[in-house]
Design a protein around this ligand. Sequence first.
Ligand code: HPA
Ligand code: ZN
Length: 338
Amino acid sequence: MTDLTTFAHGLPKAELHLHLEGTLEPELKFALAARNGVELAQKTVEEVRATYDFTDLTSFLAVYYPAMDVLRTAEDFHDLAWAYLQRAAAEGVVHTEMFFDPQAHTSRGVPFDDVVTGYHRAVVRAGRELGVSAELVLCFLRDMSAEHAMSTLMEALPYKRWIIGVGLDSDERGNPPSKFDAVFARARAEGFLLTAHCDIDQEGSIANIGHVVREIGVDRVDHGTNVVEDDALVELVAERGLGLTCCPVSNSFVTEQMKADEIVGLLSRGVRVTVNSDDPAYFGAYVGGNYVALAEQADLGAEDLVQLAVNSFEAAWLTPARRAAYIAQVHEYAAAAR
Ligand code: HPA
Ligand code: ZN
């Protein structure tokens, strides 16, 4: 597996399911707490990690949101994104479309402008200093009201050129995507691309996937592996070439398993499956680690990983010319490794 690990980490890839707030490592959390005079309940990295005891999405989110309290200034948001982008570059990421949760900050009194300006500075820096292309995807928190999502969308309009698309995250239970139909329609009209989380094994998972694909008309689905429950929907997703942004290590934290059989089964049925890290600081694996974990679990070889990397660019929101150039880079890398 060592050779395959090296191969997986060097493979040029796009990361399409990554929450910037989910990249907050305990060390940075302490540094930001000290800078901002925030008192933390935990005093050591080990104590922080001991709180990472998740059994499902809800118990993960209960740890995830309070941790964000250390993020206060534009500089903090820059530092968070910059730390992720450096780690991503070291694991072969050449393009990334990163989620952020503005409502988790504006609801604490942090100005929207500080959040987006800080993140955007890291995006610009990554292009210049790392040769990594990065985009921002604004996620609405689905456990807040549709009205709050709509007003957040309005707040985002002046920053349109810095934000490629919108998504939907947080607790799916009791918050189906239909709640946000009007918000997605307006986002589409404003020129944003659309994606939405359809988390693993939720009540109504398959209905929610059907809704985002058939009614909202998303350009991608985040997680979405429960699509296996409906053959007609699998065919539709494959036909439309919709990307599914799977996160195997995350799955193993919020359910009992990585869902490797589902992920690999969909891949072999021609669905544009991609592999991503979700919240790597919490789940202990960045994107290269997710390729390796899935390969170990499902006994994948280098050719399968190449397919996943190609899919990541096929599913990315790139121009045809840039997409083709990245895919050529994948094949050159694979040829050189043979
Ligand atoms: N699902 C829902 N909300 C989230 C996730 C996720 O995978 N990660 C961070 N917020
Ligand atoms: Zn996610």
